[in-house]
Design a protein. Structure first.
Length: 280
């Protein structure tokens, strides 16, 4: 039997903090801020309840059975994250953001810098920062320097029928069961679209979220929502619209039209069925 302590283990610790911020640079004029941040620009703060996942990796200590004592990680996170950000105005109370956009992307890179080396027995390998349930960013140690991803979450309701015409009715029933129902069946799909890139120096963002929303809504959501995928959507008329096929199709339809690299599409058919297509 192999030595269990020779395996690297990843541990993720989650914390939350509430902060206010604004997309407004004091060094810029009102017109310049409007150009940079569009509808998000305002000299007044708005707030978020942020959720931060911090992932570290290391070998399991043969005596304690742990990669690292979670209490130690909590102490570091309280000191380097909670104390700095919780119940604070990011633009006004954190020096680094006095003239830098407090975007999710910039916050991730700031947190990465302050959390690397948080414990000698572990390595910081990933961060995930959720600004709202519909928008989160990620940094991973495997990415090139300052490369981050942003994920936008969308919803659509659609029906489909799983059926392969070349198979007999009995074979279809055996293969798909209730999902072969002649009249179809429906799902409330949740779609995560993840893009990656280097943050813009001025805005701190890798993509204009309004533009991303426009493209995803135009090419996917507006076309699929409240439709029978098997009947109403041309790209599935000659395909069996399993969620695997739907996820692949969405990736293909978005890949060449988004202004930054499409990294991943994740389609939640139900709370238990999740399908993912990635650039790699």
């Amino acid at each position: 039997m192999p030595d269990l302590h020779s395996f690297t283990v990843r541990m993720t610790r989650r914390i939350t903090f509430s902060s206010g911020h604004r997309y407004w640079l004091n060094s810029k004029s009102e017109a310049e801020n409007k150009t940079l941040f569009g509808p998000w620009s305002s000299p007044f703060n708005h707030g978020h309840n942020y959720v931060l996942d911090v992932s570290v990796e290391g070998l399991v200590d043969s005596e304690t059975g742990m990669v690292v004592n979670i209490k130690i990680i909590d102490d570091v996170l309280r000191d380097r994250v909670k104390r700095q950000f919780d119940q604070k105005s990011i633009n006004d109370e954190i020096e680094a953001f006095r003239d830098q956009s407090p975007s999710v992307e910039n916050l991730l890179l700031y947190l990465r810098t302050h959390l690397i080396g948080m414990h000698p027995a572990t390595q910081l390998v990933a961060l995930k920062l959720e600004e709202t349930p519909l928008l989160y960013g990620e940094w991973d140690a495997s990415m090139k320097e300052n490369y981050v991803t942003i994920t936008r979450v969308y919803e659509f309701a659609a029906s489909h029928r799983l059926h392969v015409p070349s198979l007999s009715q009995q074979s279809n029933l055996e293969l798909f069961g209730k999902c072969n129902n002649v009249a179809g069946h429906g799902h409330n799909y949740m779609l995560e679209v993840t893009v990656g890139g280097l943050p813009d120096h001025a805005t701190g963002m890798i993509v204009d979220i309004n533009e991303m929303d426009r493209i995803v809504n135009e090419r996917i959501i507006d076309r699929y929502d409240h439709k029978n995928l098997s009947v109403d959507v041309p790209e599935f008329v000659d395909k069996n619209p399993t969620s695997e096929v739907v996820a692949q199709t969405i990736f293909s339809k978005l890949r060449e039209h988004l202004p930054v690299k499409l990294e991943r599409v994740r389609l939640h058919e139900t709370a238990r069925n999740i399908f993912e297509v990635s650039a790699e």
